[in-house]
Design a protein around this ligand. Structure first.
Ligand SMILES: *[C@@H]1O[C@H](CO)[C@@H](O)[C@H](O)[C@H]1NC(C)=O
Ligand SMILES: *[C@@H]1O[C@H](CO)[C@@H](O)[C@H](O)[C@H]1NC(C)=O
Ligand SMILES: *[C@@H]1O[C@H](CO)[C@@H](O)[C@H](O)[C@H]1NC(C)=O
Ligand SMILES: *[C@@H]1O[C@H](CO)[C@@H](O)[C@H](O)[C@H]1NC(C)=O
Length: 221
């Protein structure tokens, strides 16, 4: 297929196309985790996505196992608007899960009914004809285990419990402080009221100070 009109007509753009450094024009990613753990007998999604700033056409993708040359699954993607098509599959337990629609560019695979022998290096490859057929890849390591270790969870739970306990204790202390000051205030107010009323009683005989004592209660209440 010839290059789209505007590109082939403009020689400067064509030069720019091949001048793009490979690392920046296309990227393949398997996510943040380089090692994923899965329990035997279950299924696991091996993630892989790619991004291309110059776009792609008739892109070829494939997955390899343990640096072997023969792919375990292989396919093509016509363009950004079409879903990937599987052209070769070595194993019935592997299915392509991704989609390229809506710019997802997702070529993840699902491994079903995991066996211990499935553990190893899985590499996701992408070759973009629009990019001088350069190949890009990303590798994820799968470890099939008896059961997922709960150690990390327990540690997290302990930390959460401690932090939660400390926060709870602080809140309790603050509430207690509030309650105690409230009670103290109330008892002090009562004492003051008693004092005021008693002094008021005392001052009724003295005239002037008594009128002051009568003014105080409304501001307190
Ligand atoms: C996973 O392997 C363990 C140990 O070999 C076994 O006991 C268990 O039944 C297996 N689980 C499944 C789902 O096959
Ligand atoms: C890729 O597709 C799979 C299956 O639909 C999904 O579980 C996964 O989250 C997708 N990954 C990304 C990065 O979108
Ligand atoms: C693939 O590599 C892993 C370790 O990286 C190894 O345990 C496993 O046996 C290898 N599988 C095959 C089929 O060579
Ligand atoms: C991944 O790509 C790099 C650079 O293109 C290449 O050297 C390496 O051999 C590739 N890895 C695999 C497993 O094909």
């Amino acid at each position: 297929m010839p290059l789209p009109g505007p590109v082939s007509k403009n020689p400067h753009q064509l030069v720019a196309l091949f001048a793009v450094p490979p690392g920046q024009s296309m990227e393949v990613s398997v996510g943040k985790a380089t090692v994923i753990y899965a329990v035997n007998g279950t299924e696991i999604l091996l993630p892989c996505t790619f991004s291309s700033c110059i776009g792609f056409e008739d892109l070829r993708f494939w997955w390899t196992y343990n640096n072997s040359d023969s792919p375990i699954i292989e396919g093509t993607v016509k363009n950004e608007k079409s879903d990937p098509k599987v052209t070769l599959k070595e194993n019935d337990r592997i299915t392509l899960e991704g989609t390229t629609k809506e710019k997802k560019n997702n070529i993840s695979i699902l491994l079903r009914d995991l066996q211990f022998s499935d553990g190893g290096r899985y590499t996701c490859h992408v070759k973009n004809p629009k990019e001088n057929n350069l190949e890009h890849n990303a590798t994820i390591i799968l470890q099939v285990v008896d059961e997922l270790e709960e150690v990390d969870n327990t540690v997290t739970l302990i930390i959460l419990a401690v932090v939660g306990g400390v926060i709870g204790l602080l809140i309790l202390i603050m509430l207690l402080k509030k309650l105690i000051t409230f009670i103290l205030k109330k008892t002090q107010e009562k004492k003051k009221e008693c004092l005021v009323s008693s002094s008021g009683n005392d001052n009724t005989e003295n005239g002037l100070p008594g009128s002051k004592a009568e003014e105080k209660p409304p501001t307190k209440v």
